[in-house]
Design a protein around this ligand. Structure first.
Ligand code: NAP
Length: 496
């Protein structure tokens, strides 16, 4: 069950949002009455309420807005019970002073904005003695291993418990709460109006993560990256899992570089069956694999991990995803070996270039790398036996295929392009790996010149589709994923 938090300064706005959420089918809301700026009327908020609610009046030390005295606050909580609120939230230090009455259920809460404490179990034990119907523990986290402790606590507790690791690292505890036995999870009304660090909007929880269908049997997949907030994998993979009717959920795990080893060790405990690997872990993950296919070894990077019994198996779909995307523009008479001997200029020498260089070389293209930092191009050229050209001389090459593997042109720098249109010709193939926006300046100019173009969206979707095949053994719904990605990119730009 999803509980949406409402925190507004005026009663009429609280009432309007409460009504709207009930119409949306939300079964429970939390009314944060500490946000009300005028004289508080609980009667007005509770009479004829459109769906059940929790009354919470949070003091400032616990992240709230309450500006009056503590005595007045406790009076609000007592009144909420007398008025028959469905739930009332009582912090553990005041819970014993406010007795149970009527049908109102007691949520006993604990907040820690510094850390997830080591003595989580002792705190929980203490709270069990305060006559709770539900225990809520919300603590800031700095390490992914805190999520494991919090989820384990929820799973093992006899009293229904909601354990929240606050902050971006802790987001999995919000998405996976139901899988580990929590009676509900807290969500915000809108992404930009979250009331606690790392809170997810109810629409994301409901529509992307399909929260209400997550059960203890749900298989967990996810992306590990740092940062992870803008990562598109949760969207693409959950769209595919939903379409295929699979009891699987895909979660964003923000894993700092130093926490990778511990995270991989703890994956089985979290029920994780597979991972997408993002920056900065694509190279380091190799140390943690017990098996890897030849492509991973050749490229020196993996972007997909499967946990198969005791084996940790690595794959690289960046390589084939790029190839599949490129193949979409070849005519029938070019099938076979369309790249043999053709000059392919690859701009950039970062992580994605390894898979691109490997892919183009496997098809016998004459690959030339050009990077702003020439030394990086030289290292890759040595590994993949390519040529290089200085960045300032890239315009002199006149290639058959041009690949932009730099972030140039990416939002918000949409007026930039890594190669001016005057260096393009009609029979050139242009691939841009930048996917936000899809129609980069490079893509637009290449189309104007008449080049055949592959966009970053196509590359990204193809890579994800291959990962989904590894995770499910089924064919990914490419069109659906492409549409979802384009819509998300469009919405993100519109919000800015
Ligand atoms: N469509 C997809 O599936 C997909 C997947 C992954 C990445 N990408 C795209 O590919 C881009 C590169 O990703 P990556 O993982 O390879 O990144 P990376 O490892 O950070 O490498 C970035 C490369 O771009 C160069 N670069 C950065 N800013 C530049 C600028 N202003 N002018 C010229 N060169 C510049 C860097 O040169 P220096 O060494 O001089 O900094 C480096 O060679 C990303 O920005 C992303 O848009 C797309």
């Amino acid at each position: 069950m999803i509980c949406v938090c409402i925190g507004r300064g005026r009663h009429k706005h609280v009432l309007a949002e409460h009504r709207y959420l009930a119409e949306q089918g939300i079964p429970l809301v939390e009314l944060r009455v500490d946000y009300i700026r005028s004289r508080l009327s609980l009667k007005r908020l509770l009479t004829d309420r459109p769906c059940p609610c929790i009354i919470t009046c949070r003091r400032q030390q616990d992240g709230g807005q309450w500006a009056d005295t503590e005595q007045a606050r406790q009076m609000v909580l007592r009144t909420a019970i007398v008025e028959g609120a469905d739930y009332v939230d009582l912090e553990e230090d005041i819970a014993k002073d406010i007795p149970r009455y009527g049908k109102t259920k007691r949520i006993i809460s604990y907040h820690n904005f510094r850390e997830t404490p080591d003595d989580l179990y002792e705190i929980h034990q203490r709270m069990c003695g305060l006559d709770p119907d539900v225990i809520k523990i919300a603590a800031l986290t700095h390490r992914p291993s805190d999520n494991v402790r919090m989820l384990r606590l929820m799973q093992e507790s006899k009293v229904p418990t909601i354990g929240i690791c606050m902050g971006e690292i802790g987001t999995p505890t919000r998405i996976l709460a139901g899988r580990f036995g929590a009676p509900f999870t807290y969500a915000s009304l809108q992404h930009e109006r979250s009331m606690a660090p790392g809170q997810v909007s109810y629409k994301e929880l409901r529509d992307i993560y399909r929260y209400d269908s997550i059960s203890p049997e749900t298989e967990v997949y996810g992306v590990i990256a740092d940062p992870v907030a803008q990562n598109t994998s949760p969207l693409l993979h959950n769209v595919a899992f939903g379409h295929l009717g699979l009891n699987k959920v895909f979660v964003p795990f923000r894993v700092p570089r130093d926490d990778l080893a511990e995270f991989i060790r703890e994956c089985p405990e979290l029920g994780i069956r597979g991972l997408t690997v993002g920056i900065p872990h694509k190279d380091d993950i190799l140390k943690h694999l017990s098996k890897a296919d030849g492509v991973v070894r050749n490229i020196g990077a993996a972007n997909t991990v499967l946990f198969d019994g005791r084996e940790v198996v690595g794959y690289n779909t960046d390589f084939r995803g790029f190839q599949d995307a490129l193949d979409t523009i070849f005519h029938e008479d070019e099938q076979g070996r369309p790249l043999v001997g053709r000059v392919a200029l690859v701009l950039g020498a970062g992580g994605i270039c390894k898979a691109i260089a490997h892919s183009l070389k496997r098809r016998d293209a004459d690959v030339v790398l050009s990077s702003r930092t020439h030394e990086r191009a030289l290292v890759l050229a040595d590994k993949f036996r390519c040529r290089t050209v200085q960045w300032y001389e890239r315009t002199k090459l006149d290639p058959d295929i041009l690949v932009n593997a730099t972030p140039v042109g990416m939002h918000p720098n949409v007026d930039e392009s890594p190669l001016d249109a005057k260096y393009m010709r009609r029979d050139m193939i242009v691939v841009d790996t930048v996917y936000n926006p899809e129609q980069t300046l490079l893509v637009k100019q290449a189309r104007e010149v008449g080049c055949r173009v592959v966009t970053g969206v196509e590359v990204l979707v193809r890579e994800a589709a291959l990962q989904i095949e590894h995770f499910t053994g089924q064919t990914a719904p490419l069109d659906l994923m492409r549409t979802a990605l384009k819509r998300a990119i469009g919405a993100a730009r519109w919000q800015d």
